[in-house]
Design a protein around this ligand. Structure first.
Ligand SMILES: [Zn+2]
Length: 143
């Protein structure tokens, strides 16, 4: 039975064509924010966040501010080493990722327009979030 082979191949190509045409076009600017995910490595009694710098640059926050949040939540100590962060103790990627998410909700996402074009400014003792997209000023919820 040789018949059908060619047919099958053509069908496959058509399928491929269809699949490719369904790949979404370039995202529009101001598109959905992608929650950064950590790359975590545990060595001995240390947890290394290998893409720490990438995470803070996605969040558009000061490395120290985000790092202090992590240390506080994990109840540990640690250091930022160039593009990586080293935590004392063993922590799972899931734990780190969930803290990134919490931090983003508290300190990055504007509560009014849900955008992420925000900056933090210390005003007195309160950390205020200024949204450059909608102009809202709100206290950072974590404070
Ligand atoms: Zn806003």
């Amino acid at each position: 039975m040789q018949s059908g082979g060619d047919e099958g191949f053509r069908e496959y190509l058509a399928l491929l064509d269809r699949a490719l045409s369904q790949v979404p076009a370039k995202p529009v600017s101001g598109d959905r924010f992608q929650m950064p995910k950590s790359k975590v490595m545990v060595i001995g009694n240390r947890t290394i966040i290998q893409n720490f710098k990438e995470i803070v640059s996605t969040l558009n926050r000061q490395p120290e501010q985000f790092f202090n949040f992590l240390l506080h939540e994990l109840g540990t100590a640690g250091t930022i080493e160039d593009t990586r962060a080293v935590l004392h103790g063993k922590f799972s990627k899931e734990k780190i990722d969930s803290l990134i998410e919490i931090y983003t909700k508290l300190y990055v996402i504007c509560p009014v327009c849900r955008g992420v074009d925000t900056v933090l400014r210390k005003e007195g003792r309160v950390l205020m979030m200024h949204c450059t997209a909608c102009g809202a000023i709100s206290p950072a919820r974590g404070t």
